[in-house]
Design a protein around this ligand. Structure first.
Ligand code: MRU
Length: 332
């Protein structure tokens, strides 16, 4: 993705490998600062996934691949490293997919850096295809709603939900994007809006609770990403996705999920079996160091929700746009 810096426009990825280190954008510092951090121990890479220095399913996958690369280069026990990596977060399928991919490569004697770089590049290529397929759906004058951040930051580069938006914009289409803020970690406001801003794409941040208001007023399509898609098309994505999908059906708004095949988990039969991560109360009750909730009131903080397949118009993948009952076709 192209970002504007004090020294001009720069092309950056969310995560990459350089001089024996895994380097990534510290996404917790955006939009205030564009800071890069690097790690040379796989355990620290796992921690960077856990504490959300990097986040978004495909970026988590690529980061895990680079973490596993460090494990292989340091001569660590690869199965032990895989266990540590997979324990970082429970919901995004890409974490497990990428870790297993690297275990297989390393055990087959493949070059760890080339393998991890190949994995990251394949994500970017898949996202580009998702953009090409999805852009066809965006027409001039459209109002498009998205949630959380499924942009370049979340996918190494390009994005999943933001890929069709980038491509349609590059094709000269004129449209408007609603980016819902995504309490409590604010990925919509701090990351999606930052990406749209860098590109110059017309958009506004909206409070999560106003989605229904705008959907009723007239949204033409909703595109979100996914963390895990079950074999029957039920899927988990950032908390707040489910109600948008239900409202979309109520008001006849097409609801699309953009994701690479690495996010599909054919071993999970339905969405009921997807593990939903619960994060700390403090993410809800605190803003920085300041408590904004009454002392003594507990908070609940599910990071994701599950949306049944019946609410999905289509899955935009690198293999085309699929209806929920067609996804078995792309089983790898
Ligand atoms: O908790 P996060 O920020 O990792 O959650 C991210 C999301 O829910 C994204 O929508 C999803 O991973 C798709 S990213 C292309």
């Amino acid at each position: 993705m192209k970002v504007r810096t004090e020294s001009g426009t720069k092309d950056v990825r969310a995560v990459w490998f350089e001089d024996g280190k895994t380097v990534m954008i510290d996404q917790r510092r955006l939009p205030h600062e564009l800071i890069f951090v690097s790690f040379d121990r796989y355990e620290d890479v796992a921690e960077s996934i856990r504490n959300m220095t990097t986040r978004g399913a495909p970026s988590i996958g690529a980061t895990a691949a680079y973490g596993m690369c460090l494990a292989a280069l340091s001569g660590a026990d690869i199965d032990e490293a895989a266990k540590v990596m997979k324990a970082a977060r429970p919901t995004a399928n890409d974490l497990f997919y990428a870790t297993d991919y690297m275990v297989e490569k390393v055990k087959a004697g493949a070059d760890p850096i080339k393998s991890a770089d190949g994995y990251a590049q394949s994500m970017v290529d898949k996202c580009t295809l998702i953009g090409n397929y999805g852009a066809e759906l965006i027409k001039d004058g459209f109002k498009v709603m998205t949630h959380c951040n499924a942009g370049a930051l979340a996918t190494v580069d390009v994005g999943t939900a933001l890929a069709p938006i980038r491509r349609a914009f590059a094709d000269g289409k004129k449209f408007f994007v609603y980016a819902s803020e995504t309490r409590p970690r604010l990925q919509g406001m701090q990351l999606t809006a930052w990406e749209l801003n860098q590109e110059g794409i017309d958009h506004a941040i909206i409070p999560d609770g106003s989605s229904g208001h705008y959907i009723r007023e007239g949204v033409d399509m909703i595109i979100v990403g996914a963390d895990r898609i079950a074999a029957n098309g039920d899927f988990a994505n950032k908390i707040g996705t489910f109600e948008k999908a239900v409202l979309a059906k109520e008001f006849g708004v097409p609801f699309y999920v953009a994701a690479p095949i690495s996010t599909f988990d054919f071993n999970t039969k339905t969405g009921e079996d997807i593990v939903i991560e619960n994060r700390s109360e403090e993410e809800v009750t605190m803003v920085g160091d300041i408590r904004i909730a009454p002392v003594g009131s507990p908070a609940l903080n599910p990071a994701f929700d599950m949306t049944p397949a019946k609410y999905v118009t289509g899955f935009i993948t690198e293999k085309g746009i699929l209806k929920p009952n067609e996804i078995e076709k792309v089983k790898e």
